[in-house]
Write a protein that binds this ligand. Structure first.
Ligand SMILES: *Cc1c(COP(=O)(O)O)cnc(C)c1O
Length: 394
């Protein structure tokens, strides 16, 4: 990664993944096919646009551990969360609450708040935020189970970030799903910080739905399309509410332009519009790389890379920073969140000035994410050298 003025140490793949070298060619292919073929590209492009999203499904399903029929690439993340809540958040007067994890990404909080309001419920009453025990940043599975046992009967939906964007904690999706389903709650996961980062086994974990963006660990470009998972148990349910559009309609008769909506009996049945092919081309380029590398190998390297980062931070022995991310590899992805114990941004400003690209999250956290696909142990070593200087000088 080159920054204006010199080399940088890029540790920000949790916010925007770097561009694969193959992306330009994939996007150019579509531009050229459009230039040469016009509307004919729908069927005659090298990768025909009509079924383009289907070229992504298998590789995306492998990334999240789902059946291909359970996955579709469409829209963007917050849009997918809303569409999923249309189907899976069906509140009643007795059961209307939504349980979510501490300090979710703001968009998720706004989405949850607005869904409660939309259905005529008081968000202050309906939003249950899991909070870490005093003195910790971590939410234990016992805590989640306890809340579900006590309040599960009033909870319509459990919507949790697979990996918390702030602390970097990875949750046990299978146990959450089991405990929530035992109480009759629907379960969805926001996998923005989990997809392409940790091993996922969505089909067997069994949530009702999940959604994730592709521009973070999945390297598909700023604002690129999102992934969506609907468990196969829901594919054939004619009673599910959903918002409909022509791209979710039975493909064999879509172009008969009939009046009656017949949803595709897979996750594709939740699509609304024909998708932006240029963006899909970038997703395709990236997923091909994930297929080649394999999530297993990536995760093996990732655990070592992050353990090295953790070890090196701890060995600085500084009383100005503490790691708030769990040290158990099963409870985190690649990201480490460093809490500043002095309430200023000086250290962050120093390392940024030295070419480290990480990010600052208010009020006092620097997030650092060594990504196994393109970061090296040398990147981590160089980061630590800069951090060490910063602790001495700033
Ligand atoms: C990045 C992120 C978002 C962003 O939402 P968009 O709809 O893609 O803009 C939402 N939720 C979480 C948890 C995120 O990490």
């Amino acid at each position: 990664m080159v920054q204006s003025g010199g080399e940088s140490i890029y540790l920000c793949g949790n916010s925007l993944g770097l561009m694969p070298l193959t992306t330009s060619a994939c996007v150019m292919e579509e531009l050229e096919d459009w230039k040469n073929l016009g509307v004919e590209g729908h069927f005659h492009a090298r990768h025909p646009w009509m079924p383009y999203h289907e070229f992504l499904t298998e590789n995306m399903a492998a990334v999240v551990g789902a059946l291909p029929s359970e996955v579709v690439v469409m829209n963007s993340l917050t849009v997918n969360l809303h569409l999923m809540m249309v189907s899976f958040y069906r509140p009643t007067r007795e059961r209307f609450k939504i349980l979510f994890d501490y300090s979710p990404f703001p968009s998720d909080r706004y989405a949850i708040h607005s869904q409660l309001k939309f259905h005529g419920y008081d968000p202050d009453e309906g939003m249950i935020e899991l909070r870490p025990l005093p003195g910790t940043e971590i939410i234990s599975q016992e805590q989640i189970s306890f809340v579900l046992e006590k309040q599960g009967h009033e909870i319509a939906l459990v919507l949790i970030g697979g990996v918390n964007y702030y602390t970097g904690q990875a949750y046990d999706l299978k146990s959450i799903t089991r405990d929530a389903h035992a109480q009759g709650c629907m379960v969805g996961f926001d996998l923005a910080h989990a997809a392409g980062n940790i091993r996922l086994d969505l089909h067997n974990a069994g949530p009702d739905f999940a959604a994730w963006c592709t521009y973070k660990y999945l390297n598909s470009g700023p604002g690129s399309l999102a992934g969506c998972f609907v468990h196969e148990r829901h594919h054939n349910d004619p009673n599910l509410h959903r918002f409909a559009g022509w791209w979710g309609h039975d493909k064999s008769v879509r172009f008969k332009m009939g009046d009656k909506y017949i949803p595709i009996k897979t996750a594709e049945g939740w699509q609304l519009s024909n998708p932006p092919i240029l963006s899909m081309a970038a997703v395709r380029a990236s997923l091909d790389i994930f297929k080649e590398a394999g999530m297993g190998a990536l995760r093996t390297k990732s655990e070592k890379l992050t353990a090295y980062l953790e070890y090196m931070v701890n060995s600085l022995g500084s009383d100005r920073i503490s790691i708030i991310t769990p040290s158990d590899p099963a409870q985190r992805g690649c990201q480490i969140s460093l809490r500043m114990l002095r309430p200023d941004k000086k250290l962050f400003e120093y390392i940024s000035g030295r070419g480290v690209i990480a990010d600052w999250r208010e009020p006092d956290v620097i997030r650092v994410a060594p990504v196994p696909l393109y970061n090296t142990f040398t990147d981590v070593y160089n980061f630590i050298s800069v951090l060490e200087d910063g602790l001495r000088i700033s």
